[in-house]
Design a protein around this ligand. Structure first.
Ligand SMILES: [Mn+2]
Length: 321
């Protein structure tokens, strides 16, 4: 069983920092099948790694599974952010099938053109950047660490995950102001470039706001894999949606179990907790006592929709530089 989409956008995974929910992320990437995967910046947190080297096996698994995506005929594009700006030295290069671009213009199945950009480029325009510096700061990391312990306790009590820092963020007025200003600025940037919308990250606040009479462009934010564990997905008909990555995997596994007439599977958090180095697929085969074959996406269909996707290179698009 897989999670099938036309396009998947993820950002702000912050690999190399303690806040990164790498175990859940690697499971999500493992099951995702899409024509194109955009990594919308702050994938590896170089800032944190420079301060202190932190790279557990789960973080490696994420990279391995991203590279694995290229074997499923997925076109993988990295648009670097501020925490992985070192990758900006390698624009237009190709790393094992991953292309690095400063930004991209994604064409959806319903023919909308979306600017794909991390978003830190607009910090100066938005100005209230104290909130953003908090996102990378020590206080934020401490809050995330507390959040992690708080949630470990919740899992033990059988309660669902709850983002504490998200609750706090929602209550601080300056953070709210910054978020709405950021959203407005990014949507305006898409409008300036004559595009239909923007897909970004950076502020760790997932959102999907469709264009309407008030806002001529759509605004989509991938969220993050520190708190919200969300991804922006484009369905095969071009519809965009923010999905909860953990819930998407759990629901898929539950459907899979129901189809086989089995009782409900444990939650992903329980599985991660009980993961003793066995890969999840392997664990299922062991517990269920049989071998399930994984289906690959229809190659012909993948190729047909591939032809519709356009990513212009930035050099031929000097007007917008
Ligand atoms: Mn960022």
């Amino acid at each position: 069983m897989t999670l099938d989409y036309r396009t998947v956008f993820i950002s702000d995974t912050h690999l190399g920092s303690r806040g990164c929910q790498a175990a859940a992320l690697s499971k999500f990437i493992k099951y995702v099948r899409c024509d194109r995967l955009y990594l919308v910046g702050d994938i590896v947190d170089m800032w944190r790694l420079k301060q202190r080297w932190y790279w557990p096996g789960e973080h490696n698994n994420v990279l391995r599974r991203i590279l694995n995506q290229t074997k499923h005929h997925t076109d993988v594009v990295l648009v670097p952010g501020n925490h992985d700006e070192a990758a900006r030295q390698f624009l237009h290069s190709d790393f094992g099938g991953i292309r690095v671009l400063p930004y991209a213009v994604h064409v959806t199945a319903d023919d909308r053109r979306l600017l794909v950009i991390h978003g830190d480029q607009f910090d100066l325009v938005v100005k209230h950047s104290r909130f953003v510096s908090m996102l990378g700061g020590k206080a934020y990391e401490a809050l995330i660490a507390f959040n992690r312990r708080y949630n470990q306790a919740r899992v033990k009590l059988g309660l669902p995950y709850q983002s504490l820092s998200k609750t706090i963020k929602g209550k601080v007025k300056s953070a709210c102001m910054f978020i709405s200003k950021f959203e407005e600025t990014l949507a305006q940037e898409a409008e300036k470039r004559g595009l239909d919308g923007v897909v970004c990250g950076h502020i760790h606040e997932p959102a999907a706001r469709e264009a309407n009479s008030e806002h001529p462009t759509s605004y989509y934010n991938c969220g993050d894999w520190v708190e919200s564990c969300t991804a922006m997905v484009e369905h095969h008909d071009g519809r965009m949606e923010v999905i909860d990555g953990i819930k998407a995997v759990e629901d898929m596994l539950a459907r899979d179990q129901a189809a086989l007439g089995q009782p409900d599977p444990p939650s992903l958090h329980e599985l991660i907790r009980s993961d003793r180095g066995l890969d999840l697929g392997e664990q299922w085969r062991v517990t269920m006592g049989h071998n399930r074959s994984r289906r690959r996406p229809e190659t012909a269909q993948a190729q047909a929709s591939e032809a519709e996707l356009v990513i212009p290179s930035a050099t031929t698009n000097g007007k917008h530089q």
